[in-house]
Design a protein around this ligand. Structure first.
Ligand code: NAD
Length: 378
């Protein structure tokens, strides 16, 4: 029988790596699921709700971990937690593999097979395991809801006997998974939405959501998407044209949601301090790229500041602020991944180490870091 351990997260992380639904499916696959008491509390998954679906509630973290074959976490576990598992156990979590190299090496030294969920290849077979998408989607939603709350004015147009309240203008910068959900959410709230990106494929997506597409559409724009579907860093010449376009557009905006990222690089600076100076007092910027340096020059990661009457928020874990949904989706991502590694008939672990999704996520095995990109630090 395969034993799966789930322990509580630390540092205010409200998410958890299983849900009642995935406990049921995992026990159905013949796994024993040991969950540390209270681990689901931040996501409103009570011990009793998890136990009702077959989870074994452990009185402590060490009790859940002891001799387990698999550890499921949201964030990187401690080396102590991993050492308590069976030798060579599997750890699946958002490991932040490019951060804290010494800590990662200490985890690797335990001999566990460390799998970083954020490195999941973006192939169609792995869509159900794509944690970046499941979490970014919720972050895009929450960014708009939070911005609307900070805005202090109504978002939809309202025609009343006492006069008309104008609709708020919402500008979404970066139209990946988070940006698309931000557009959809802002439209549902009744905002007048515009959006920009450097990848031509986004033009149609923006239009299909009923928003206006704004971009510098030159020759470079036509080539801005990599084979993997991501944006390329843009030339200084393109950036200059983009600044001019954004500067003229942003002046009239009430809410700006920025989500622009380039893999392995700092977030592109799309909003200069001088542009913020031209914005209306009461306007709100929510910078989802804060963790990677921010798309706005004035963003302070993890803080909400005010500059000349403009609120600039740089939240760090927005998906974690919608924990019930974030945990449910993340747990489903993990379940889909584990299903590929468990022999359903014999009820044992059978990992195909040559599988693209295993190779893509495997950061460390047999005591050393094995992932080529992580080894290169890129
Ligand atoms: P991301 O988080 O890397 O970046 C967010 C957005 O910022 C992207 O749309 C990017 O083009 C944009 N951006 C980068 N530099 C910019 C700039 N200078 N100005 C304006 N915008 C800029 O992106 P993501 O959400 O991870 O999505 C990236 C791609 O992956 C998309 O093509 C998406 O459709 C694709 N995707 C595929 C799968 C799958 O097949 N499993 C799953 C999710 C996403």
């Amino acid at each position: 029988m395969v034993t799966i351990a789930v322990t509580a997260e630390r540092d205010g992380e409200a998410r958890v790596a299983v849900s009642p639904e995935t406990v049921k499916k995992l026990t159905g696959l013949g796994c024993a699921v040991r969950v540390e008491t209270g681990a689901g509390a931040g996501s409103r998954f009570a011990d009793a709700a998890l136990a009702a679906q077959g989870a074994i509630i452990a009185a402590s973290g060490p009790e859940a971990l002891s001799g387990a074959d698999i550890l499921l976490k949201v964030r990187r576990p401690s080396a102590e937690e991993v050492r308590a598992l069976k030798p060579g156990a599997i750890v699946a979590a958002m490991l932040a593999p490019y951060d804290d190299r010494a800590g990662l090496e200490a985890l690797a030294a335990s001999g566990a097979s460390l799998m970083a969920m954020e490195l999941m290849p973006r192939i169609s077979r792995a869509q159900s395991m794509d944690v970046l998408s499941s979490q970014a989607n919720l972050a895009g939603y929450k960014a708009v809801v939070d911005a609307a709350a900070m805005f202090g004015q109504a978002v939809p147009m309202m025609m009343t006997a006492a006069g008309t309240v104008p609709a708020a203008k919402v500008f979404v910068m970066g139209v990946g998974v988070a940006g698309l959900q931000a557009i959809a959410t802002a439209r549902r709230l009744g905002g007048i939405v515009s959006a920009t990106d450097v990848r031509p494929a986004t033009k149609e997506q923006v239009a299909s959501l009923g928003a206006k597409f704004i971009a510098v559409e030159d020759e470079e724009f036509k080539q801005a998407q990599t084979a993997a579907g991501y944006a390329k860093p843009m030339s200084a010449e393109y950036q200059k044209k983009q600044y001019e376009l954004v500067a003229s557009h942003i002046k009239a905006q009430d809410i700006v949601i920025t989500t622009a990222l380039i893999p392995g690089r700092p977030a592109p600076k799309l909003i200069r301090a001088a542009m913020v100076d031209t914005m209306k007092p009461g306007a709100v910027i929510v910078d989802l790229a804060a963790e990677r340096g921010g798309n706005c020059e004035l963003t302070e990661a993890g803080k909400t500041i005010e500059h000349n009457g403009v609120t600039i928020a740089g939240p760090l874990n927005l998906a974690g602020q919608v924990p019930v949904n974030a945990s449910s989706l993340y747990a489903k991502n993990l379940l889909a991944f584990l299903e590929t590694m468990i022999d359903k008939k014999e009820k044992v672990l059978k990992v195909n180490w040559d599988d693209e999704i295993v190779k893509g996520t495997l950061v460390a095995k047999d005591g050393r870091i094995v992932h080529p990109a992580v080894l290169q630090g890129a």
